[in-house]
Design a protein around this ligand. Structure first.
Ligand SMILES: C[S@@+](CC[C@H](N)C(=O)[O-])C[C@H]1O[C@@H](n2cnc3c(N)ncnc32)[C@H](O)[C@@H]1O
Length: 346
């Protein structure tokens, strides 16, 4: 009890388990999958920093998820309708068993260590090869109940998911893609650590993601994605994100940065964009999804993903993904729509 109030005292009340699988999660994860995929187009290894990782995966049948029912109006509806631009993301969600949070999703898209540069053969893992179609390379785990209640490959531990090289090991090995995740909630970091225990491609840090933007950048891989998904618990979170992006970008200016943000009222968001423009950082876009006109400050009326150095054609693909999320989950409310905004030119 004392521990809980101490956590609350430092402003860490947010628990993602209540919101996992809601429309905002589907929007950000479908776009995140597209961003990670873009890195796999080149053979050289990449690094992903997930600054606000959460617990890694979520049981949508547990009390927290059932209490809000947000996943019913989110991921469960999308899985039932399977809109084409989301098929890859949805196949991945289904293949992973328990509903994947950002670190699990990123990890599933990473290529295993030691893959053959020429042939890119896979061992026993969920990892998907670029352009390999649906993300369901099955592992030999027991079947489990999937997010939509249907059968799916069980989510395995990091150790199980490590690729095993084929018997005749290829000569051309390359360094592995790498993920570092940060989680500051002392309860949430425990399952996250457990999930990736023994996984040599994943580091879990019990530290602030804002500090990690300095401490863990630039990565040795030279190319990478920084995914920033804060809880937006405090009033000044937009300013904190702007500062974080400035700090991260100053250390890793050619990295791709993606930051999720909530949209309650438009003014706060436009102020955020204006402040970002004033940082002088080049090549920034935002993809925004509105369920309704952003007039009621008490509601999550929409959300956005801000991307610095977006990959080639990400704006078009992102628009198609956001449109599909809105078609699948929107209720035809007035003011609903998708916007792609260029905040700073290349
Ligand atoms: C929106 S949730 C993240 C969800 C996760 N990115 C996903 O998509 O599955 C935000 C998380 O950030 C954690 N958190 C809050 N402040 C943090 C900080 N300064 N550094 C790292 N994690 C933090 C919270 O405990 C929470 O688990």
């Amino acid at each position: 009890m004392a521990a809980r109030s101490a956590i609350a005292a430092v402003g860490m009340n947010y628990r993602h388990a209540y919101h996992a699988g809601n429309f905002a999660d589907c929007f950000k994860h479908a776009l995140l999958a597209d961003l990670v995929d873009a890195f796999a187009r080149k053979p050289t290894p990449y690094f992903v920093l997930d600054t606000h990782a959460g617990v890694g995966r979520y049981d949508l049948e547990d009390d927290a998820a059932r209490r809000t029912g947000e996943a019913d109006a989110g991921i469960r509806r999308l899985l039932a309708s399977q809109p084409a631009p989301l098929r890859r993301y949805l196949d991945l969600v289904r293949s992973l068993g328990l509903y994947p949070g950002s670190p699990t999703l990123i990890r599933a898209l990473m290529r295993p260590a030691g893959a053959n540069l020429a042939g890119e053969r896979h061992g026993r893992c969920h990892t998907v090869m670029p352009g390999a179609g649906p993300a369901s390379t099955p592992c030999d785990a027991e079947p489990d109940k999937g997010v939509d209640g249907g059968p799916s490959a069980a989510m395995t531990t990091g150790a199980d998911r490590r690729a095993r090289p084929p018997k005749s090991a290829p000569m051309l090995m390359r360094p592995a893609d790498r993920l570092a995740c940060c989680e500051l909630h002392p309860e949430d970091v425990i399952p996250l650590r457990r999930l990736f225990h023994h996984d040599p491609q994943v580091e879990v840090h019990f530290r602030s993601g804002w500090d990690a933007l300095k401490a863990l950048l630039p990565p040795r891989e030279k190319r990478g994605l920084v995914f920033i998904d804060p809880p937006f618990e405090s009033q000044d979170e937009f300013a904190v994100v702007t500062e974080g992006l400035k700090r991260g970008h100053s250390r890793f200016s050619h990295g791709v940065f993606a930051a999720w943000y909530p949209i309650k009222q438009r003014a706060a968001v436009r102020g955020f964009h204006a402040n970002l423009k004033m940082t002088g950082i080049r090549d920034i876009i935002a993809i925004e999804l509105y369920l309704r006109a952003p007039t009621n400050a008490e509601r999550l009326n929409g959300c956005g993903l801000l991307v610095i150095n977006p990959p080639y054609r990400f704006a078009e693909q992102g628009q198609a993904i956001a449109d599909a999320v809105l078609r699948g989950l929107g209720q035809d409310e007035s003011g609903a729509g998708v916007d792609v905004i260029r905040i700073a030119d290349e």
